[in-house]
Each structure stands twice: as C-alpha cells, then as structure tokens.
Design a protein around this ligand. Structure first.
Ligand SMILES: [Zn+2]
Length: 254
C-alpha cells in the first residue's frame, strides 16, 4: 500500500525534496504487510506492563503496510536499494530460517556468514539508525552519514560500536537515541529476526551482545572460507534499551 509522498529534508543528501516512504527495515526483510500502532513514547514507557501483558489497547488507529518513515528522497532510497538492501534481506532470511528451524528454547545460535557482505550489512544498519532518528542525530554524528553515503568507505571512528542479536519474541524497538545511566548513549533497533545496538562513546564492551563493529573491515577478512558468528536470541517485551528480561521474569515468576 502506498503512503503517498511528502516534501521534506532528506536525511542522507540533506536536500529538501519529495521524500519516499522508507520501510524500516527494508520492505523485503519481512516488513511488507506489518500492522502496527504509533504510540506516544512517554505513555508507552509509563504503561509498558499494561500494554505488554494486560491487554491495554492503544487509542491510536492501527497502521498497516509496513513500518517506516519519510526519511530519504527517491534518489537516496534508490542508492540504498541498489547497494545495501539485498545484503540485509539475505542475512535476514538466513537468520529467520535458523530461528524457525530450531527449538524455540534455544538461546544462542552459531552460523557461518562468510557469504554475506558484512560491510554492506553494517552500512544498511547505519542507514536504519539514521532513518529512525531526527535530523539532530546526523547533525551530532555526521561521520555516520559519510559512512553510508560512500559505499566503499571503511572508515568509521572507534567511538561508534555496533552489536547485534536475534529476536522473535516481544516488541519492536524504534532505533531512537537514548541516554542511559548504565550504557551511556545507545540506539537500539529491533525488528525480527534481528536486534541492533549502536553504542556511542562508550569504551566498555556491552557483554551480553555480539559485537559487529569489525564488519567495517570486511574487505580485509572476506577471503576466509568460514566466518562463524554466535548470536544470542533475546526477547524484547519492554521498550527500554538493553532490557532482555523474559516474560516470566517480568511477571515475577521464577
Ligand atoms: Zn536524498
């Protein structure tokens, strides 16, 4: 379903143009017919338990046709589509198959990713974080913009660290920037089968997640035959970043 067009400032080329409705994540990665509600963030945080477990229904209308925003112009949308989106889709399909073909109680999965272009994948994740945040985000971190716009660039400073996990249980997470006491500045985006965390200016590694910052060095490591990765699978019931408590834990049952 088309959501029409809108005039605005593109978050990639920064020109004011007709913007395309950007599916976040890509439409081809299980985001074609997604039905969802748009919730006020404060309201959702305050009533996380009621919304998640007590059947509280949002007052807003149900949206459909895939989650996304008017973030990029048609040219930039086309650039992402021809450079990065297919890689993201391929990895998403592999991960979804692995989750679905295994016992639902499995908590970690190891698999081979040597045939995924990890640099492109990392650039697509970066584009997702840019698309999900306000313009002030790229104004604060213009380096992220350069990393996405130049498909060959492997340059990204150490202040940006990326992590990922698998997910098929709980709610989506928006990718919005959060300033937390425990983890510093983080953005977390969750949409099955993946969850991604971008950690900014935090020298401490986030231990419960698999770090994928080194995907930017893919050009140097791509010659290997096998490239194993281990990803944990976490539920995301509440909208708080890095909160992976299970349904049982949240409801106070042992
Ligand atoms: Zn643009």
């Amino acid at each position: 379903m088309s959501k029409g067009i809108k005039i605005g400032k593109c978050k990639l080329c920064l020109e004011t143009k007709e913007l395309n409705f950007e599916h976040i994540p890509p439409r081809s990665a299980f985001n074609k017919d997604t039905k969802y509600y748009i919730l006020d963030r404060t309201e959702y945080y305050q009533k996380a338990k009621e919304y998640t477990f007590e059947n509280l229904k949002p007052k807003s209308r149900k949206e459909q046709g895939g989650i996304g925003q008017f973030s990029f112009c048609f040219d930039c949308n086309g650039f992402l589509g021809s450079n990065y989106v297919r890689t993201y889709k391929k990895f998403a399909q592999i991960a979804m198959n692995i989750i679905l073909s295994n016992n639902n109680n499995a908590k970690a999965f190891e698999f081979d990713i040597s045939d995924i272009n990890l640099l492109k994948f990392l650039k697509q994740i970066t584009a997702i974080f840019i698309a999900s945040n306000k313009h002030s985000f790229i104004e604060s971190y213009p380096e992220l913009l350069e990393f996405v716009k130049n498909e060959k660039s492997t340059k990204l400073s150490e202040r940006f660290r990326f992590y990922m996990y698998l997910n098929n249980e709980g709610q989506n997470r928006s990718g919005h920037i959060h300033f937390t006491n425990l983890f510093g500045t983080v953005c977390e985006f969750t949409y099955r089968p993946f969850g991604f965390v971008l950690s900014i200016d935090n020298p401490k590694r986030i231990m419960q997640l698999s770090e994928i910052t080194n995907f930017k060095h893919y050009e140097k490591i791509k010659m290997v035959d096998k490239l194993p990765i281990i990803l944990n699978k976490y539920p995301t019931y509440y909208p708080f970043p890095l909160d992976y408590r299970t349904e049982k834990e949240l409801n106070g049952r042992p």
